[in-house]
Design a protein around this ligand. Structure first.
Ligand SMILES: [Zn+2]
Length: 135
């Protein structure tokens, strides 16, 4: 097996500096000279991409910044949890017979109690800040 080709401009096979460690499709390493301060060459991300926020060239209203998107996701998630809370509470009320007009006593059977306890646990899990916080 021969050594990988290192014909990269003025940096020959005896270049003593750091080399890029990016993985190539062939399975080896890139081995072009790394830029100063990074372990990567210019082809593999040494420049670090575009600046964030208002400095980015495509910035217009701030609607699509990482922070704005994350905030929208949090709000949407809170809304979904809230809607789920309403549905669970409605189901619980229904099991307790609150929506039946005749108020027949068969509403709270032993089977319903089990379901009611299960729904209450689901409701409490929704309010649990540990499981509710997606961070
Ligand atoms: Zn590279």
């Amino acid at each position: 097996m021969t050594a990988p080709s290192l014909h990269t401009g003025r940096f020959g096979p005896n270049f003593p500096g750091k080399r890029c460690g990016a993985k190539t499709r062939a399975g080896g390493k890139c081995l072009k000279p790394a830029s100063l301060g990074t372990p990567r060459c210019l082809t593999h991300g040494a420049r670090g991409g575009a600046p964030r926020g208002e400095a980015h060239g495509m910035y217009k209203t701030g609607e699509h910044t990482i922070e704005a998107v994350a905030e929208r996701r949090l709000k949407a998630d809170a809304g979904r949890r809230s809607m789920k809370r309403v549905k669970l509470a409605t189901r619980m009320c229904s099991l307790m017979g609150l929506f039946t007009v005749g108020a027949d006593e068969e509403a709270l059977t032993a089977k319903n109690w089990g379901k009611l306890i299960e729904l209450r646990q689901q409701l409490e899990a929704l309010d649990d800040p540990v499981s509710a916080d997606p961070v």
